[in-house]
Write a protein that binds this ligand. Structure first.
Ligand code: AP5
Length: 211
């Protein structure tokens, strides 16, 4: 396996973004993330699709899923340009999982397992450096440089109310996707409640074992 095709699954806040950055760096693959792609195109005009809202932002700020037609096109385009990838944030429902099967094969399917109380704590404490894109946590992983600390921002959807809605949407739509891969015997379950370095050690070993 020269350029692995990796899928990373997990609830909001499970650490997918944190681990995907390390995977992309270590295995020299593209980090394909629907969350970042949609955040970069929040005001995209999707009114021609005649859906409930006219931009991705209106779905995201409510913690709801952006419609499949929008997200499938983003992933299809990104995967067609990547030799190897770590796919983060997709598929989020069974229809997207089926769509993905028509786009590519996968070498490894990772699942970061984290309890719900911990997820809420991680998301409400998450902050991002707008200059570097680096992810921090006020308690678990604060920046050392006070200048960085002063410029940290919170994601619009990391408020407690929206986090609860995102977790509800995850249970309803995405847990069946986890079960789907588990039933196929493809799912590599990783204890996501360990420290980031311990999670990374397990992630790295799992990918290397699949090579
Ligand atoms: P998206 O951006 O994909 O958000 P998410 O899946 O909710 O995941 P997060 O980015 O919140 O969490 P993460 O698992 O990456 O955790 P992180 O590493 O940052 O999606 C946002 C929205 O876009 C959706 O709500 C939806 O509207 C839309 N969308 C996206 N994809 C879509 C799709 N396919 N279909 C439809 N709509 C879609 O870590 C979290 C925090 O914990 C950080 O502060 C970090 O420092 C800390 N942390 C990480 N690991 C550890 C650890 N081991 N121990 C302690 N702290 C840790």
């Amino acid at each position: 396996m020269v350029q692995p095709r990796i899928l990373i699954l997990g609830a909001p806040g499970a650490g997918k973004g944190t681990q995907s950055a390390k995977i992309a760096d270590r295995f020299d693959v593209d980090h394909v993330t629907t969350g970042d792609a949609l955040r970069g195109n929040k005001e995209m005009d999707i009114s021609h699709l005649d859906l409930e809202y006219d931009t991705p932002r209106e779905y995201m700020d409510r913690g709801e899923l952006v419609p499949d037609a929008v997200v499938n096109a983003i992933v299809d385009e990104a995967l067609s340009q990547a030799d190897g990838f770590v796919l983060d944030g997709y598929p989020r429902n069974l229809e997207q999982a089926e769509e993905l099967e028509g786009m590519t094969d996968l070498d490894v399917v990772l699942y970061l397992d984290v309890s719900e109380d911990e997820l809420v704590h991680r998301l409400t404490g998450r902050r991002m450096d707008p200059e570097t894109g680096e992810i921090y946590h006020l308690e678990y992983n604060p920046p050392e440089d006070p200048a960085v600390e002063d410029r940290l921002v919170q994601r619009d959807d990391d408020t407690e109310e929206t986090v609860k809605e995102r977790l509800r949407v995850y249970r309803e739509n995405t847990e069946p996707v986890i079960e789907h891969y588990e039933e196929r015997g493809d799912l590599e379950r990783i204890d996501g409640e360990q420290s980031p370095d311990e999670v990374w050690a397990d992630v790295k070993e799992t990918i290397e074992d699949a090579a």
